[in-house]
Every structure is written in structure tokens, then in C-alpha cells.
Design a protein around this ligand. Structure first.
Ligand SMILES: [Zn+2]
Length: 388
């Protein structure tokens, strides 16, 4: 692959505080970036000082940001729940059990239907600047259907997550312990070869602390690293459990106690906020400022799923984070890029510094502030993944 010089960048966001005066985000005005023959960033710096490259592309003064790292999505499913959304907007409350209707549609779908839906959603994500995505299972909830979801997702990303413990399926409502035995036994056995992560929905209406701990412990014994859905619909034990087991990330974090915040700030667990969910369920937003001020690492992700939040757009999540959670535009962009990488324990994506993968989005705007300032406007004009 030839080397490429991307020049004429009006503002380059690197994600590294060594760049730019006083910006924790890392910004270089009037910048250039060179991609090496392996699709990695070789050089970033002021325009005019860049080393020579085989080909040259002019950014025309636009802003260039790292490709978004969407560390939480549920893209393997069939059907949609538009009528449930309509009813919710008319006043009905969101409950975790709505997942079961997607489970029925997903089980009934062919492999081809699931793949086509996944590919369509991944293309939507890419057009909006997402270059790394985590994908969970969790709408199969049988040994066969969970394994097929993960085998499919694995064709498109290394960041696959076994979420057999998404909700207790209808056929186990009278025997939830029996379902946990299945998840931690035969289902885990079939899914572990296709997954990097294990996840559990630790919430009233889904799984309690003991069941969640059993799922994470069993996954860990099979080499899967932990992530947790917790404290979305109310206070609960999930955040403390995630910190205790050393989960990479605990996601939602809408209802947090002082003890939860203390545990997060003294652990290596990232708090991943999913403001599209609060938007789409008309719920109170998590308090991002409280987390940031306590020194917690915060990531932003889409949680794209057909029930509680059917958006693929990280720019939309950034706009919500700024408008509704009082994050600065710089904090929100960092959380959607380097923060997402931290939630996936990745150091090779989420920034634009030498040695990392050349994943970037070119914005038709002079500054990343426009991601929040111009909500709903498709500002991403081109997306590079590994320099292409
Ligand atoms: Zn989720």
C-alpha cells in the first residue's frame, strides 16, 4: 500500500494532550497527517513540515477527528419495535422485558436475514464516522442462536461480546436459575470461541447480583473479559460488582450512589454512558459531570438496539452528551473516541498519533464543536479505516 499525506487539515484532533496548548483533547491547527504502507499513522504535525508520501489528499481546511469507537451495540437481531417506541412516547414506561419480542423475531430469522440487517447497520455506522464497533449477542438466548449471532458478528469485528444473560427468555420464566445454569454451562461453551467479552444485564427484571457474578466468573474461566450493563433503570449492585471483578466497562450508569462513584474512580473500570437510551426512552440522563469531576474515565457509545435506542450515530450521541449531560464538546469527542478505546482496552485505535491505526473522519466543518452545535446534520464527509 502506498504512503499517503493528508494535508490541508484546518483542525486535527489527535486525542493526545501533548498536542495543542492547554487542550486535553489534543488539537493541531493547520495540520497534516501521514499514513504509512501498513495503514498506520506515521506522522502528525503542522502542515508544511510533513515528510513526503507517495500520494497526497487535500482536506480543504476541514476538521479531522479520530474515527469513533462505538464500544456498545446490539446489531444482530431481526424485526423492529417502532410501535413499542410509539407507545412509549405516548406515555408507557420502558421495561427490560421488551427484549423478548426481539428474541422471538431473531430466532425466527434466517442466517441471511440476520447478516443483511447487520451489514446495513454497520454501513450506517461507517458513514457517520464509526471505525471500531463492539457487537453483542443477546437476542438468541438459546445455545444455537447465541452461537450463531456471535459467529456472524465475528466476521465483522474482533470486539464480540457474549450476552446470553441479557434477559431470562420466556421459556425459563419459572426457572431463572436453570437459565443461568445454561448460560454458564453449555451456552458459554458454544459461544466462547466466537467472543472476546462476556456481559450481563444486572438490573431489576433481568439478573441480580448473584446471577451476574456467576455469569462473569464462568466467562472469565473461559478466557472472556467482563463488561456489565448496570444501573440503567434504577440503583443496583451492578456497578460495584463490575469494579470488584475488574470489568473493562460498566455501561449505562444512570443511577449512581456515592459508593458507586468512589468505586469507579478507584478502579480501572470505564463508565460508558449511552445517552441515546435516555433520549429514546424519555428518561433522566446520567450525571456525566459528577463522574468526570470524580476522575472516572467516561466513554460514550450508541447502544444501538431495536428497543431502547435505535440509532447508529455517534455524532448524535455527542450532541446529546453536550446538550443533556453537560459534557464539553471536547470531553464528548474524547469519550466517543479514546474513551471508547479505553472501554475496549485498546490502544491501537481512538487517537491519531504515530503507530495507531489510521482511522479518521473528515468533518465538513472547521471544528469538532460543530458535532454538537449542528445536531442532526450529516457532517462526516469521508471516513478512513486503516488509511483507506
Ligand atoms: Zn446494551
Amino acid at each position: 500500500m502506498p504512503t499517503t499525506l493528508l494535508d490541508g487539515i484546518g483542525l486535527l484532533v489527535t486525542g493526545s494532550p501533548e498536542h495543542g496548548e492547554g487542550s486535553a483533547l489534543g488539537e493541531i491547527a493547520r495540520a497534516a497527517l501521514v499514513v504509512d504502507g501498513d495503514g498506520l499513522v506515521a506522522w502528525v504535525g503542522p502542515s508544511g513540515r510533513a515528510p513526503a508520501a507517495d500520494t497526497q489528499v487535500d482536506a480543504g481546511g476541514r476538521c479531522v477527528v479520530p474515527g469513533f469507537v462505538d464500544s456498545h451495540s446490539h446489531l444482530v437481531f431481526a424485526g423492529d419495535r417502532a410501535s413499542e417506541f410509539e407507545a412509549r412516547m405516548a406515555g408507557r414506561r420502558y421495561e427490560a422485558g421488551g427484549i423478548r419480542s426481539t428474541v422471538a423475531a431473531t430466532r425466527a430469522a434466517s442466517d441471511e436475514e440476520l447478516a443483511a440487517n447487520l451489514v446495513r447497520l454497520l454501513a450506517e455506522m461507517r458513514r457517520q464516522g464509526t471505525t471500531t464497533v463492539e457487537i453483542k449477542s443477546g437476542y438468541g438466548l438459546t445455545v444455537h442462536d447465541e452461537a450463531r449471532a456471535l459467529a456472524l458478528a465475528r466476521q465483522y469485528t474482533d470486539e464480540t461480546t457474549f450476552l446470553g444473560a441479557h434477559v431470562v427468555p420466556a421459556e425459563f420464566v419459572d426457572d431463572p436459575d436453570g437459565y443461568v445454569d445454561l448460560v454458564t454451562g453449555e451456552m458459554l461453551e458454544a459461544c466462547a470461541p466466537h467472543a472476546r467479552w462476556v456481559d450481563v444485564f444486572c438490573e431489576k427484571g433481568a439478573f441480580g447480583a448473584a446471577a451476574a457474578r456467576a455469569v462473569l466468573t464462568a466467562g472469565s474461566a473461559k478466557g472472556l473479559q467482563a463488561r456489565v450493563h448496570a444501573n440503567q433503570l434504577g440503583p443496583g449492585p451492578g456497578v460495584l460488582l463490575a469494579c470488584e471483578v475488574g470489568a473493562a466497562s460498566v455501561d449505562h450508569c444512570t443511577y449512581l450512589s456515592a459508593a458507586d462513584i468512589d468505586a469507579l474512580s478507584s478502579s480501572g473500570t470505564v463508565a460508558t454512558l449511552l445517552p441515546g437510551v435516555e433520549f429514546s426512552t424519555r428518561s433522566p440522563y446520567p450525571d456525566a459531570r459528577r463522574l468526570i469531576e470524580a476522575g472516572v474515565t467516561v466513554a460514550l457509545a450508541s447502544d444501538c438496539n431495536p428497543g431502547s435506542c435505535f440509532t447508529t450515530s455517534m455524532p448524535f450521541c455527542i450532541a446529546l452528551a453536550v446538550r443533556e449531560m453537560r459534557m464539553t464538546p471536547a470531553e464528548a469527542l474524547w469519550s466517543a473516541t479514546a474513551g471508547g478505546a479505553a472501554a475496549l482496552r485498546r490502544t491501537d485505535v481512538g487517537r491519531l498519533v504515530p503507530g495507531v491505526r489510521a482511522d479518521l473522519a473528515v468533518l465538513d466543518a472547521p471544528s469538532y464543536i460543530h458535532l454538537a452545535y449542528r445536531p442532526g446534520v450529516p457532517l462526516v464527509t469521508s471516513v478512513w479505516r486503516a488509511g483507506r
